[in-house]
Design a protein around this ligand. Structure first.
Ligand code: XIL
Length: 378
């Protein structure tokens, strides 16, 4: 990042943080949802299972988010079962009802994900049985939520940069490719389109934003996969870029995460839009493990990462909106302590999201607000 940009963000952080703090209290100030909406974009966040347990947090979600996505409640493996064996949608419905009550859009995550497959698929003994299980699941989810989902992540994280699977697809230990080969994507997207013709159908992918060997391979494999899916007329409407970013520069070879290089990323984005696809930023957050412990310095680097990333991704008209993976550091997979790679060496709690653990806006709130304000209208 250039020095000028760093200073801009630093200045913005201090001033806008004060503004944003009062913004969240002052009735007249626009929320993130409103700032995005003014440009024809949306801003939303994922929510786990705290909406009906933490009123202060729920109020912040109601105010700031224009779209909600259930973080895990709609995943195949986690769907509840009623005594008669029927699917229990109640956990996901808490989120859907909250969104409806607050005039928020709703998006679905994720119909097919190799790591969250349901038993009927995992236990399928033949190709025909696996296909039947996949079709039944996608059809049931899409039918249940039809007319309510703005978009669905139909397939989540299909690619693996080093597996050498067909089309760059994940192969080792992936029941999807083992049982159905690359066709599982065609089946999932066609079934989703049929069951809910209005939802935007998204292919969602991770680990693709940085200048690292594994990310470069993901980018090339994704573009190749898009071309093959489009040749076969598979109804993919949008690419979801998860956008789990991190501060600092890590090794760019092997499993390293590299660093964010705006020009390189912008070229990749233009390869997607040139194929007539739209883009959704589906899971944005910034792990601050590469930044110093000092909170002000750390927040500046996180906010700068948000600013640099959003400046690129909000430029094309094909970008529909931004979802952060959580709203507050109070509830985040990064701060939750269950994922080893998100532990800071100094053991300090991370600060990845627009509101801190006390629901106060952080400098990255200000960066998001400024990015929406600066985005071209669509
Ligand atoms: C994380 C969630 O935050 C957790 O609640 C979940 O148990 C594990 O995964 N890519 C995805 C998300 O598509 O579903 C992941 O979310 C983060 C990485």
């Amino acid at each position: 990042m250039s020095l000028a940009r760093r200073e801009f963000v630093a200045g913005l952080s201090a001033a806008a943080l004060a503004g944003a703090s009062s913004a969240i209290r002052a009735a007249g100030e626009p929320s993130l949802a409103e700032r995005a909406r003014r440009k024809g974009l949306f801003y939303g966040c994922s929510v786990a299972n705290q909406l009906d347990k933490d009123p202060a947090y729920a109020a912040a979600v109601a105010r700031e988010a224009g779209l909600l996505v259930a973080e895990f409640q709609n995943q195949w493996q986690y769907l509840g079962r009623k005594p008669d064996g029927a699917t229990d949608f109640s956990a996901g419905e808490v989120v859907a009802r909250f969104a409806a009550a607050h005039g928020q859009l709703l998006r679905g995550h994720a119909l097919i994900w190799f790591t969250r497959l349901g038993d009927p698929f995992k236990q399928a003994a033949s190709r025909a049985e696996a296909e039947r299980a996949l079709v039944a699941h996608v059809r049931e989810m899409c039918t249940h939520y039809a007319g309510r989902m703005q978009s669905w992540d139909v397939v989540n994280e299909p690619l693996d940069p080093f597996d050498g699977g067909p089309d760059g697809l994940r192969a080792r230990g992936d029941a999807l490719t083992e049982k159905l080969g690359p066709d599982y994507m065609d089946i999932a997207f066609h079934t989703a389109r049929e069951a809910d013709p209005k939802a935007i159908l998204v292919l969602n992918e991770a680990g693709i934003e940085n200048d690292a060997e594994r990310h470069e391979r993901q980018r090339r494999n994704l573009i190749g996969l898009i071309d093959r899916l489009q040749d076969r007329r598979v109804p993919v409407d949008a690419i979801g870029l998860q956008s789990h970013l991190r501060t600092g520069r890590q090794s760019s070879s092997g499993a390293g995460y590299g660093a964010f290089v705006p020009a390189k990323f912008e070229r990749f984005v233009s390869e997607i839009t040139a194929r007539g696809l739209r883009i959704i930023v589906t899971e944005l957050d910034v792990f601050d493990g590469g930044s110093p412990g000092d909170v002000a310095a750390r927040d500046r680097e996180v906010a700068a990462m948000y600013a640099d990333y959003l400046a690129i991704i909000l430029k094309p008209k094909q970008t529909l909106g931004v979802v952060t993976w959580g709203l507050s550091d109070r509830y985040s997979w990064i701060t939750g302590g269950t994922v080893d790679r998100f532990k800071r060496a100094d053991k300090l709690p991370s600060r990845p999201l627009p509101l801190d653990a006390d629901l106060r806006p952080t400098p990255c709130y200000a960066a998001l607000a400024a990015a929406f304000d600066a985005a071209p209208s669509r």
